[in-house]
Design a protein around this ligand. Structure first.
Ligand SMILES: [Zn+2]
Length: 64
């Protein structure tokens, strides 16, 4: 399960502290966010992927 491992690695780094929000008590769902990145002096555009933990506290900000 490579994907689970990479998520676990992010949790280990402290990006996501636990699977459950201590504020609202909801279990986080993870959302993959892809943003484009323009590199200086180059025509190429890179894409950066990150995972965002979503719970009731921030779902409105994230989903709009
Ligand atoms: Zn929350």
């Amino acid at each position: 399960m490579a994907k689970d491992r990479s998520f676990a690695a992010k949790m280990a780094k402290g990006e996501v502290e636990s699977n459950t929000c201590s504020t609202c008590g909801e279990t986080y769902s993870t959302l993959k966010v892809i943003s484009s990145e323009v590199k200086d002096g180059r025509d190429s555009v890179g894409f950066k992927e990150k995972f965002v933990a979503v719970c009731k506290c921030n779902e409105k900000e994230i989903y709009g």
